[in-house]
Design a protein around this ligand. Structure first.
Ligand SMILES: [Zn+2]
Length: 510
């Protein structure tokens, strides 16, 4: 049994999550469940980044304390994760003492050894993104300079600040990326990091601010609070009980280094350059992989509050269920390119794949098994045919795709035998076989093939749709939670249950 430590990025608790944030949690959960399926010892960490100027301002606007403000947002995050069946092992909040105490000592250690130094910062600052941009990065318009990330106005700021000496680690970092092709994925993102940041020369980055109060204080220099990077990024080790001065906790010893950090492509730079720099300075091994997932577009537009086209996962879950919501986002998000979501696409995808293909296969097969054999289908030998061959080959391709985090491809592979098995029903016409007593063994083999196809799908699709696949497995007479190595059973005793995937109807005006 190997250990597998996986994390989401910690969402910034300045606003309620939209489907893009929730997608990341669902994706990470599906990967974690896949590793549990394989029998790995999995640890899944998520949490919330609860400090910073933007939260301080949002709380002031809302007339509450920053702590009250983040309590509300984080409760909403956890609610979203829960309704989407995201089962994490720990949820770390950067305002918790267990995090702040260690982060203070990490900062002090880096300062004492010269990796953090005091200087002054000048630059174009985007308040909503909490990011400085250089003269060459900002978009110049007649109305003023705009943020290259979000397009909002930036302001010129100068202040005394502490910096992390990333430039000192540039050579080691470039060598690590070179020697470990899987470290940054997808490859297109890796090339962006190399060409956009490493080749032009890595700059030291700002790790403290004096312009706001809502953060972890720099104890040896009152007035300074930690700026996001050392504070937020350290969550991945503080949650495991890392300690810069003493023995680390059991969890850290067991699970670090992280196997995969899952995060949005917009924060990839901080996780593949800043975070490894900090870890190198601390003498802590680097994570195995940093995976930058693409974004969901609303049709072909960026989803944003100002466009009024934001979709929230709990609304989808409430109407269509957690399984359909998870299936849609995992099936529709490509590996590297952005995905698209609209209510029309959602309904047509779920009806085609789940209600028609998978749901129909299950109800037709189980109904026939009950009708012709009182539910028990046990052939004299496991049949061999094209459908079962496809189950075997798809399973290999599915595993290969999952191991690469190519979720869309994995889901497509998992569904291939289901689609084939529906055609198999039309080809073999079991209702005709049932009329001829001499064809009884043929009929048993056909039904076994259908039920075995469903069992295979209930294994591969379990990480995607744990609720529905658990129900399907119960109808197939199998334990609700599958294991990857479970053998094809000699026979099935099935019991029809409720409809797994009722057809979805788009309401008027949606
Ligand atoms: Zn911005």
């Amino acid at each position: 049994m190997s250990k597998f430590y996986i994390t989401t990025a910690i969402p910034y608790a300045s606003q309620k999550p939209h489907i893009g944030n929730t997608y990341e949690a669902i994706f990470t959960d599906a990967v974690a469940r896949y590793h549990k399926l394989l029998g790995d010892d999995v640890y899944f960490l998520t949490g919330a980044d609860e400090h910073g100027e933007k939260i301080e301002r949002a709380a002031e606007k809302a007339g509450v304390s920053p702590q009250e403000f983040v309590d509300g947002i984080t409760a909403a995050l956890r609610h979203d994760w829960d309704v989407c069946m995201v089962e994490y092992d720990d949820f770390i909040r950067t305002t918790e003492p267990r995090h702040k105490d260690i982060v203070k000592r990490i900062f002090k250690k880096l300062y004492d050894q010269g990796d953090i130094y005091k200087s002054a910062y000048e630059g174009w600052y985007c308040v909503p993104d909490e990011a400085f941009h250089t003269e060459s990065q900002v978009k110049k318009t007649p109305g003023g300079n705009l943020c290259p990330n979000c397009g909002r106005p930036v302001e010129w700021l100068k202040e005394e600040a502490y910096f992390f000496r990333l430039s000192a680690y540039a050579g080691r970092l470039a060598a690590h990326i070179e020697a470990n092709p899987g470290f940054i994925q997808p490859d297109s993102r890796k090339n962006e990091m190399i060409n956009g940041y490493i080749k032009p020369g890595l700059q030291d980055f700002c790790v403290s601010r004096t312009s706001f109060k809502w953060g972890v204080p720099v104890e040896f220099d009152p007035g300074h609070v930690m700026y996001v990077w050392v504070d937020a990024l350290s969550n991945y080790i503080t949650a495991l009980g890392y300690d810069p001065d003493r023995d680390h906790g059991e969890l850290f010893e067991k699970y670090w280094p992280c196997d995969v950090h899952v995060l949005g492509k917009d924060v990839l730079r901080f996780h593949t350059l800043y975070w490894p720099g900090i870890l190198m300075a601390l003498g802590v091994p680097l994570p195995g992989q940093v995976f930058g997932h693409p974004w969901f577009l609303m049709g072909s537009d960026k989803m944003s509050k100002s466009l009024g086209n934001v979709i929230h996962a709990p609304e989808l879950v409430e109407k269509y269920g957690a399984d359909c919501t998870r299936y849609y986002v995992l099936r529709e998000m490509p590996f590297a390119r952005d995905g698209s979501i609209t209510r029309e696409l959602f309904v047509s995808r779920c009806n085609a794949d789940l209600a028609n293909d998978l749901g129909n296969l299950a109800s037709r097969s189980i109904t026939m098994a009950e009708k012709y054999f009182q539910g028990t289908v046990a052939p004299s030998a496991v049949p061999q045919n094209e459908v079962l061959d496809l189950c075997a080959s798809s399973r290999i391709k599915y595993k290969d795709a999952m191991d690469k985090l190519a979720m869309q491809q994995a889901v497509t592979e998992a569904m291939a035998p289901v689609v084939r098995a529906n055609r198999f029903i039309d080809e073999t016409m079991p209702w005709a076989l049932a009329k001829d007593p001499e064809k009884a063994e043929d009929l048993i083999r056909v039904l076994y093939t259908l039920l075995e196809t469903l069992r295979c799908a209930s294994v591969t699709l379990y990480p995607v749709m744990p609720l529905a696949m658990g129900k399907l497995r119960a109808q197939l007479g199998l334990p609700e939670v599958p294991v990857w190595t479970e053998p094809a059973p000699a026979g099935f005793t099935v019991k029809r249950g409720g409809n797994l995937f009722p057809r979805i109807v788009l309401d008027e005006g949606e």
